[in-house]
Ligand binder design. Structure first.
Ligand code: ZN
Ligand code: ZN
Length: 253
C-alpha cells in the first residue's frame, strides 16, 4: 500500500494544497479532494480515469472543492471518446448528506449530466466495506457540532493506515488509529496557538501514543504552523516516528 499526500494544508495556505490523499492498494482511491489537490494528483503516475472510488470525511470546502473540476473533466472526456469507454463507474462515499450534496452538484453545474458512466453515491455510517482486497472501516469523528464526520481506516495485505479527516481528540479517533502502521492526523495548529474544532501538534502526539501508532504524519496545516516546530512539540508526547507532511510526498506502508 502507498499513500501520496495531495494536500497537507488548508483552503488559504499559500504553498500547500488543502486536504487530499491518494491511496494505492489493489485499487487507487482518494480520501478527500480539497482545492489544489487535483494539480498534485496530475503529478502522480496514477491515471485519474482509473480512480473509481472517492471517499469524503466531511463536506467542508477544503475537503471537497476539487471534485468539481475533476468531474467536469471526467464527463467531457468520456463524452469525447464514448467508444473507448474512458472510465468505469464512479463511486462516491461519505457521511450523512453526501447523496444530497453531490446530487445537488450534479443537478446544478452545467454539463454535469447526463454522464456516460454509472455514478453511485452512498452515505456511510460506522461500517466496513471491501473494495477488491482492500478493507475499509469508518468511525465517527468529533469536528464541528453540526457536521457528521468520518475517519477512515484501511487494511491491505496486513498493513494498516488511518486518516482522521478533520477531528478533535476523541476515544473514537484513538480506536480508529489503533496499531496503525501509518496514521495521518489533523494538525491544524501548533501547541502554543490552539484553535477550535481541530487538533494541535500535541493532541496528535497524544492520539498516536494512546493508539500505538508506528508512524505519524502531521498534516492539514493552517499557515500559523509554519512559524513553529510542530514535529518537536509532537515528539514531546509521542516517541514513534513523526513525519511533517508535504504535498506530493509518497510513502510505502
Ligand atoms: Zn472541516
Ligand atoms: Zn479541513
Amino acid at each position: 500500500m502507498h499513500v501520496t499526500i495531495l494536500g497537507s494544508g488548508t483552503n488559504l495556505h499559500p504553498v500547500r494544497a488543502a486536504a487530499g490523499y491518494l491511496i494505492e492498494t489493489d485499487h487507487p482511491f482518494l480520501l478527500d479532494f480539497g482545492p489544489r489537490t487535483l494539480m498534485n494528483l496530475l503529478c502522480t503516475k496514477v491515471d485519474r480515469h482509473n480512480i473509481e472510488h472517492l471517499f469524503f470525511t466531511h463536506h467542508h470546502a477544503d475537503h471537497v472543492a476539487d471534485f468539481i473540476p475533476f468531474f467536469f473533466d471526467t464527463v467531457i472526456t468520456a463524452k469525447m471518446s464514448p467508444s473507448s469507454s474512458t472510465r468505469n463507474a464512479l463511486n462516491i462515499f461519505g457521511p450523512t448528506g453526501t447523496r444530497r450534496m453531490f446530487g445537488s452538484i450534479f443537478r446544478t453545474f452545467p454539463s454535469f449530466t447526463p454522464a456516460t458512466f454509472p455514478i453511485h453515491i452512498r452515505n456511510l455510517g460506522e461500517t466496513s466495506l471491501m473494495i477488491g482486497r482492500t478493507k475499509i472501516f469508518t468511525k465517527y469523528m468529533t469536528h464541528t457540532p453540526s457536521l457528521r464526520c468520518l475517519g477512515y481506516r484501511i487494511e491491505y495485505e496486513g498493513r494498516l493506515f488511518a486518516y482522521s479527516g478533520d477531528a478533535q481528540y476523541s476515544a473514537n479517533l484513538v480506536t480508529l488509529c489503533r496499531d496503525a502502521d501509518v496514521a495521518v492526523l489533523d494538525c491544524s495548529f501548533p501547541a502554543e496557538k490552539p484553535g477550535s474544532n481541530h487538533m494541535t501538534s500535541k493532541d496528535c502526539g497524544r492520539v498516536a501514543k494512546e493508539a500505538g501508532v508506528k508512524t505519524l504524519i502531521l498534516s492539514h496545516f493552517y499557515p500559523v504552523c509554519e512559524d513553529y516546530d510542530v514535529k518537536d512539540q509532537c515528539a514531546a508526547v509521542f516517541g514513534g516516528t513523526i513525519i511533517v507532511g508535504k504535498d506530493r510526498m509518497r510513502l510505502r506502508i
